[in-house]
Design a protein around this ligand. Sequence first.
Ligand SMILES: Cc1cc2nc3c(=O)[nH]c(=O)nc-3n(C[C@H](O)[C@H](O)[C@H](O)COP(=O)(O)OP(=O)(O)OC[C@H]3O[C@@H](n4cnc5c(N)ncnc54)[C@H](O)[C@@H]3O)c2cc1C
Length: 270
Amino acid sequence: MIPAPFSYRRVSTVDEALTVLGEHGDEAKVLAGGHSLLPLMKLRFATPEIVVDLAPIDELRYVRVERDTVAIGALTRYHDLHHDETLREHAPLLAHVAGAIGDQQVRHRGTIGGSLAHADAAADLPAALLASGGSLVVRGPGGQREIPADEFFLGPFTTPLEPDELVTEVRVPVATGIGWGFEKFTRRSIDWAIVGVAVLGQAVGLINMGGTPIRATATEEALASGASIVDAAALAADGASPVSEPHASAEYRGHLARVLTARALNTAAV
Ligand SMILES: Cc1cc2nc3c(=O)[nH]c(=O)nc-3n(C[C@H](O)[C@H](O)[C@H](O)COP(=O)(O)OP(=O)(O)OC[C@H]3O[C@@H](n4cnc5c(N)ncnc54)[C@H](O)[C@@H]3O)c2cc1C
């Protein structure tokens, strides 16, 4: 449970971070909240030679509305997202989901950029970003690019990010007044979801229903064709490949997806 030896560098600007990443390539790992990276290092699943601590980069902590888009700095912590009045008004699904992650300690350290870059299918914000039709702004040596959330989660813990790129911003369309719902089934209140569902309007994101966060496309298509919530939610697990493990079989996860989708859609419709 002790990490392999590594060197440590604190950086205070995005440019400085990119310079250090450029020098070290895939021997470097950036540290945001550390709540996924440090456990991985302790288990020696991650053995970076250099850890680049982004904590001092205050320029990546913000929530602001730019015309019809809500822009969120990648280092904004869950606690701050949950309590941000701008986010609560214009992207209430994300604000709510941020407040449902882990416990107080996790919410005071974990960052939106870290959660998305980590790309854990069991995490909450990736599915909420999918349902929100969001995107990620990424900076690297070649400049800046914007990746739609639908194209970001390629496989378990796998994204199109290059080792010398940083997620700098998360963007979602303003969703003021659009109905939303979030359901998370856990063994204990602070746990990761066995299955979770994030709904915005008629968009449905599923947590822990496969190797990546996914959209419940069959449900979304049924809703778009005028199906009832009951009939559309019955399709929530169609096309999903949830795993079976000691806490939940794939069949049970499918059942949860259908029930939780119906609940979240009903909440969104009120
Ligand atoms: C006890 C516990 C309970 C938890 N419960 C939940 C839960 O219920 N729901 C949930 O969703 N999550 C949960 N988590 C995970 C938590 O949300 C993590 O904080 C999150 O997965 C990673 O965010 P971070 O800011 O801590 O990133 P870090 O751990 O610092 O980094 C994670 C990975 O992303 C990379 N990275 C970080 N920031 C960037 C960036 N800006 N650009 C490029 N790469 C970057 C790092 O190099 C690393 O590979 C829990 C964690 C713990 C320890």
